[in-house]
Write a protein that binds this ligand. Structure first.
Ligand SMILES: Cc1cc2nc3c(=O)[nH]c(=O)nc-3n(C[C@H](O)[C@H](O)[C@H](O)COP(=O)(O)OP(=O)(O)OC[C@H]3O[C@@H](n4cnc5c(N)ncnc54)[C@H](O)[C@@H]3O)c2cc1C
Length: 368
């Protein structure tokens, strides 16, 4: 993670330019059959994919998209346990309340069950749960549900501050409010989230990353909120909510993606989100939106990150496409190892920034 504060620059790439980049990447594969073969190889080589996931970052396959899920188990052949890392930080940084996914349609249930099977095969403790067991959660329209009890929610700002504190304590020279462009370094690591393309451009590199505006809504206080309320996700709609103190934080993807890094909250969706909340969680009836804010996802063409050298002395670690916080411990560890010339504890090859040029597009399909 970068430890500096915002410097106000924005990614300038337009949607047309972004599409152009993708097309350019695909055009480099001369033969469409080659392209299909790459995709087929990726799909058929499940073991390779699993190793790629390595730690569970859910970086690579949709079945494993429940990001936090995959690290806590010992079934994977990885050496790094992301969730253990968060658990090790303890309260108030990480709260292991669990994630619940609900399916309300037959198709949704089939998909949920396929994901669960893949996760269990990977050793992730995802179980079926009777939705009626979830106090307060409306279950009469739910056909099936799964829970991973070792999942949880974190306070990203507090965790970042704590990591900075530990880094300084460990002797790291942390310079805040310092644009990376002004720092002399043998190797520059571009880890600026949605602001990575402008920094890359400074080094003459074009990165296929573009900002997508997402927003979070926090409700007014809700009486008697269950202390251990899990994060609840409607599988088909992606609508989800989780407890923060005596309130709930709600989110859902926009029907029309808001490309760009837009500061304005779209208040037009508030009534819809509150209605969804009241439907799924009747104890929240009457709650209002107390505050809301936006932030940019740093999207890549396949919604997986870019990790690796993009130029001599320039290394990219960005494009986490909305799930980078939970991947950070594993990725940070692997990147540090690679930069030090050691063997990374997970295979970073599937995430190389050059992958689009060889047609390796394997899109993440479940980005919340
Ligand atoms: C609304 C929302 C909800 C999200 N929910 C989740 C979630 O539930 N789970 C999850 O895992 N992820 C979530 N994410 C995604 C997650 O926040 C990101 O993937 C993660 O923060 C990426 O970390 P990063 O360190 O790569 O970049 P960032 O956290 O974006 O940090 C980049 C830093 O670089 C700095 N910077 C920019 N330009 C420069 C420069 N030129 N020089 C120096 N510094 C610079 C910025 O100021 C910033 O501090 C969410 C994102 C949003 C917007």
């Amino acid at each position: 993670m970068s430890v500096t504060q915002p410097v106000g620059n924005k990614a300038e790439i337009t949607e047309a330019e972004f599409e152009g980049l993708k097309i350019k990447a695909l055009q480099k594969v001369n033969d469409f059959t080659d392209y299909l073969k790459i995709i087929t190889d990726l799909n058929s080589d499940r073991e390779k994919i699993k190793t790629a996931i390595g730690l569970a970052t859910a970086l690579f396959v949709d079945e494993n998209a429940r990001i936090e899920v995959s690290n806590v188990n010992t079934g994977l052949k990885n050496k790094y346990k992301v969730k253990e890392y968060f658990v090790g930080l303890g309260t108030p940084f990480f709260d292991q309340v669990g994630y619940v996914f609900l399916a309300t349609t037959e198709e949704g249930l089939v998909e949920l069950e396929q994901r669960r099977a893949a996760q269990v095969e990977l050793g992730v403790p995802v179980e079926r749960v009777d939705p009626a067991e979830l106090p307060g959660v409306r279950a009469d329209d739910v056909l099936g549900a799964v829970v991973c009890r070792s999942d949880g929610v974190a306070d990203p700002v507090a965790v970042t501050r704590e990591l900075v504190r530990r880094a300084v304590e460990g002797g790291v020279d942390v310079r805040e409010h310092t644009p990376a462009e002004t720092v002399d370094a043998e190797t520059v690591v571009i880890a600026c989230g949605a602001y990575s393309p402008p920094l890359a451009a400074h080094f003459g590199v074009e990165l296929p990353v573009r900002p997508l505006t997402r927003q979070l809504l926090e409700t007014t206080p809700i009486p008697a909120l269950l202390e251990r309320l899990p994060m609840v996700v409607e599988s088909e709609t992606g609508f989800h909510f989780r407890r923060r103190g005596d309130r709930l934080v709600l989110a859902m993807a926009d029907a029309d993606p808001r490309w760009g890094d837009l500061a304005e909250v779209d208040e037009a969706v508030f009534p819809d989100r509150l209605a969804r909340l009241e439907h799924r969680y009747p104890p929240a009836a009457g709650a209002r939106v107390a505050r809301a804010w936006t932030g940019p996802y740093d999207m890549t063409p396949d919604a997986h990150p870019l990790i690796g050298h993009v130029e001599d002395g320039v290394y990219a670690v960005c494009g986490f496409s909305g799930h980078g916080f939970m991947q950070a411990p594993a990725v940070g560890d692997a990147v540090a190892a690679e930069l030090l010339g050691e063997e990374p504890p997970l295979d970073l090859d599937p995430y190389r920034p050059q992958r689009f040029a060889s047609g390796a597009i394997f899109p993440e399909t479940l980005v919340l």
